[in-house]
Design a protein around this ligand. Structure first.
Ligand code: C2E
Ligand code: MG
Ligand code: MG
Length: 668
């Protein structure tokens, strides 16, 4: 989690800019300085050369001839040259020394009389000047070979003296100037460069720093936003899975230190997908935001409510054990009980919550979350609303859930199989049709019950091809039996999500036509949950089925929360009392009272009443006496494969109708 806390330090940007620009300016200054020194020096040398040439040509050379350089000078020559020197000094006060050399390197005249007659030491400038070029150099202050009475660095110039008609110089004119004015000019230029550079740097800082500071502020804000985005859910602003894992890790470390347990709750809204599909994502999103606010309101400041995605929330409760976690879960379920007003729609929301607590259910965030997930699926499937994790739930483990990935393939490759369970008339014993029940014949896991995969298919939309597969195969079977002289009605279970699909009636109509099946040969069993999510669309779909002549039964009646008015309003033909009441009827007067009420309700509304879960003779008799119409259950037969169901149909068609209430005994 270290990366999570690592933040960008945009301040370093300004510092880096300051250091870099300073280094660049210093470098630029150094280069300019060197270049300027060279330029000033070259200019000084050129100017000294020009002066030397002018003095030599105007003042000295005319006093001599080429022969004077080789033959030596007369006294008159020397006096004339001395006089010229005085004149030249008058015009060029900076002039330090002047010498005249013969081409063979002998000093023939100079202001330092003691040097006359000496030979010039070998020097590059001297030799080069003898080729006819004016040469110059900066004369080092350390050199001993300097004119007497001078100090510091000097500028030395050699000018070749070439007389008309001659191709080579007769001699050389040498002149010394002080270097100090050149050095002063260089210093002056350097100061100017420095001033320009410092000024430029300051201007750069003044212009750039506010821009950098604002960029730096924006970067810092962006870093904060990025961190927030990385750790929070964009829709609800709640912590996301990453932050939850981080906090769970910290809470579990703390729990190791102080011995306090940590509970993790996983909450999944029931049928949220239906709301999303039917009312639109905008409503779904708003609902999720409302749900988040309501859940957060029921938690302590130290608890973490996170959204893991879709309609899935997680709640981390530090210092909370499994029992206390369950109390919190109950409070959350209660909090969601009153409807949410989204725009002008009032939406009822229910949730299933799974609870896992450390240390018993796991000691790391991953295990706790996985087990809370397992418990949540158990709560969803058993309709218990809240479940604490238990090893027995592990049938719903992620490995099992991974089956979902294979389900699509299973549909395509016919790994699904149908079972058929008979329903019989409680008063005559006549067969009143078969319920079609789906199974998945899995190559590794064997026969998988529908409860293990249908809720998942509903969550992913796979329910559409799945229901189509069931209808297709059930109709084929009907036709096969019909051709064998066995006529019956098949009841097919239809999911809530199928009923919110407006194209579903067309799909059914096309299948009926393709198989040449009459609508009366088919019955749909629907559950109350369909009516909650999107009553208007579901009603329209049911009306189309009624118009087509397909009867519809309300399955598992009593377990949902449908409004009784639905029963009267909707085009229903039958209600199926949930097996939980039928099974409990014998031992529970309450269950028996409920069964009786449902029978009375159905009769009053003109609906056929079917009891499922009829396992015993006593139950059969009891239901017959209470006025129930049809029974379905293990007493008659378990759900069986098509060939066995065919035998049942054949046996039933042979037996005479029983008029008393004795249940049919079947020998197949
Ligand atoms: P259901 O529609 O209420 O089906 C009745 C369930 O009760 C069946 O479970 C059946 O095997 C079981 N049952 C029947 N008689 C007895 C009895 O006497 N005692 C007991 N204890 N149980 C009995 P099954 O086959 O496991 O199906 C479970 C549920 O899966 C069904 O409940 C139905 O809601 C769903 N389902 C099954 N097939 C399909 C299908 O093709 N499409 C859809 N959407 N759902 C299906
Ligand atoms: Mg059913
Ligand atoms: Mg049922």
């Amino acid at each position: 989690m270290k990366t999570m806390r690592a933040t960008l330090r945009p301040d370093s940007l300004i510092l880096r800019f300051a250091v870099l620009s300073l280094a660049v300016v210093l470098g630029l200054g150094a280069v300019l300085s060197v270049m300027l020194t060279k330029v000033v020096q070259a200019q000084a040398q050129a100017s000294a050369s020009r002066s030397a040439q002018a003095i030599s040509q105007v003042a000295f050379a005319p006093h001599l001839s080429a022969a004077d350089f080789t033959g030596g000078l007369t006294r008159q020559h020397r006096e004339a040259l001395d006089g010229t020197l005085i004149g030249a000094r008058g015009e060029h006060p900076a002039l330090l020394a002047i010498r005249l050399w013969s081409a063979s390197g002998v000093l023939i005249w100079g202001d330092d009389k003691a040097m006359v007659g000496t030979v010039h030491p070998p020097a590059e400038e001297f030799s080069e000047a003898l080729t006819g070029q004016v040469t110059s150099e900066v004369f080092d202050s350390q050199s001993t070979d300097r004119p007497s009475g001078t100090s510091g660095r000097l500028l030395e110039v050699y000018v070749p003296i070439i007389y008309p008609g001659e191709s080579r110089p007769a001699g050389l004119f040498e002149m010394y100037l002080p270097y100090a004015p050149v050095a002063a000019a260089i210093r002056d230029n350097q100061r100017r460069v420095q001033a320009v550079l410092v000024g430029g740097l300051l201007t750069l800082y003044v212009v750039m720093l506010p821009i950098l500071a604002s960029a730096s502020r924006r970067l810092r804000q962006q870093a904060v936003d990025n961190r927030r985005l990385a750790l929070h859910d964009g829709l609800t602003g709640l912590p996301n899975r990453l932050l939850l894992a981080d906090r769970a890790g910290q809470a579990l470390q703390q729990s190791v230190r102080d011995g306090q347990p940590v509970a993790l709750l996983l909450l999944d809204l029931d049928r949220f997908r239906d709301i999303n599909d039917t009312l639109g994502h905008q409503v779904g999103d708003l609902l999720l935001q409302h749900v988040a606010v309501r859940l957060r309101g029921r938690l302590r400041a130290g608890d973490t409510l996170a959204r893991l995605g879709g309609d899935e929330f997680a709640i981390l409760l530090p210092a909370t054990d499994a029992t206390a976690g369950r109390q919190v879960a109950t409070a959350l379920v209660t909090a969601l009980a009153s409807p949410f007003h989204v725009g002008d729609v009032a939406l009822s929301v229910e949730a299933s919550i799974g609870i896992a607590a450390s240390p018993d259910d796991g000691q790391d965030p991953h295990t706790l979350l996985q087990r809370a997930d397992v418990a949540m699926y158990a709560a969803k499937q058993d309709h218990t609303c809240i479940e604490n994790y238990s090893a027995r739930h592990d049938g719903h483990s992620p490995a099992r859930l991974a089956l979902l990935g294979e389900l699509r393939l299973a549909i395509e490759t016919n790994q699904l199989v149908l079972r058929y369970q008979p329903k019989a008339d409680l008063s005559t014993g006549a067969l009143r049709g078969l319920e079609v029940l789906l199974r998945w014949q899995h190559q590794d896991h064997g026969l998988i019950a529908p409860d293990a995969f249908i809720p998942l298919a509903e969550r992913t939309g796979l329910i559409h091809p799945l229901t189509q597969w069931v209808l297709d195969h059930a109709m084929s079977q009907l036709v096969e039996w019909r051709q064998a002289g066995l006529v019956t009605q098949l009841a097919v279970n239809v999911s809530a999500r199928n009923l919110t699909d407006p194209t579903f009636p067309d799909t059914v109509a096309a299948l009926l036509q393709r198989h040449d099946v009459r609508p009366g040969e088919l019955e749909f069993e629907i559950t109350e949950s369909a009516l909650v999510a999107d009553p208007t669309h579901v009603e329209a779909v049911l009306r189309r089925f009624a118009g087509m002549g397909i009867s519809v039964a309300m399955d598992d009646f009593g377990t949902g929360y449908s409004c009784l008015a639905n029963l009267e309003r909707l085009p229903l033909n039958a209600i199926k009392i949930d097996k939980s009441f039928v099974l409990a009827m014998a031992g529970s007067p309450d269950a028996a009272a409920i069964v009786q009420s449902v029978i009375d309700l159905g009769r009053n509304l003109g609906l056929t009443v079917i009891a499922e879960g009829v396992e015993t003779e006593a139950s059969w008799q009891d239901l017959a006496t209470r006025g129930c119409d049809i029974a379905q259950g293990y007493l008659l037969s378990r759900p069986v494969p098509a060939d066995e169901a065919g035998h049942l149909l054949a046996a039933w068609s042979r037996r005479p109708t029983i008029v008393d209430t004795a249940r049919p005994t079947l020998t197949v």
